[in-house]
Design a protein. Structure first.
Lengths: 110, 110
DNA sequence: TTTGTATATCGCAATATTACGATGAATATT
DNA sequence: AATATTCATCGTAATATTGCGATATACAAA
């Protein structure tokens, strides 16, 4: 069926999964890392930077924008993207809560 | 083509993506959360706990085990699973490095 | 107004993922 | 030994994702 049964999981579980999927592809990891590195809007050089075709990059940007992790604004003929810091922090909070679960209580039974 | 071009990305970028994909599905999030909650091996009740068919759970467990995030051992007629704490910490390290990038320098330009 | 440049969208092909019924393998129980 | 229980694997169907050529759109420059 290929269709994830999201309805049987909690909102929190689905949210974790959705955010995780956002950087579950190296191209999106690379895009986000580049935006962080540049420290400002990136207007245009992402295609050269990443090494995928322009429509492919555009599609990955669309996904990240749809999730809210990046913001984009038209700047003349090019479009500028940058990290949406508020959403990033929100995501960090949610994922850290999951990643930082108390592991000390785990018995090494297997 | 549906085939991620992993070869054009760094090992680090691919590693982040692979770990992120591991909990890019709510069922795997639920499984991992349950293992954490129980604090010990889980022998058998995962199917009832999660609410997916037994082969589906088995498949998700296989993926998590392949990645090394969980360990499993045969215990009579049932199989017991638990968190692989070493691998979990390794993953946490890698993902935290990505999530905790310095966001303070990001200009709100878009 | 035409031309160039940059990005988005469409359409398609290929691979990946998700889900589960049917079946198999292993062990425990009777 | 026969049966029951538990989990893994196989096979298959459906949907999702990835990638890109072709094309559309929007603006700038000439």
């Amino acid at each position: 069926m290929g269709l994830a049964k999201t309805e049987i999981f909690s909102d929190q579980q689905n949210e974790i999964a959705i955010f995780a999927k956002a950087f579950g592809h190296p191209a999106r990891v690379a895009i986000l890392q580049h935006l962080f590195k540049i420290n400002t809007c990136v207007c245009g050089d992402l295609v050269n930077e990443i090494g995928l075709a322009q429509p492919t990059i555009s599609q990955h940007l669309k996904e990240l924008k749809l999730l809210g992790l990046i913001k984009g604004s038209v700047e003349g003929t090019s479009v500028c993207y940058c990290i949406n810091t508020e959403k990033w922090l929100e995501m960090k909070e949610i994922l850290n809560q999951f990643l930082n679960q108390d592991i000390s209580k785990q018995g090494d039974c297997c």
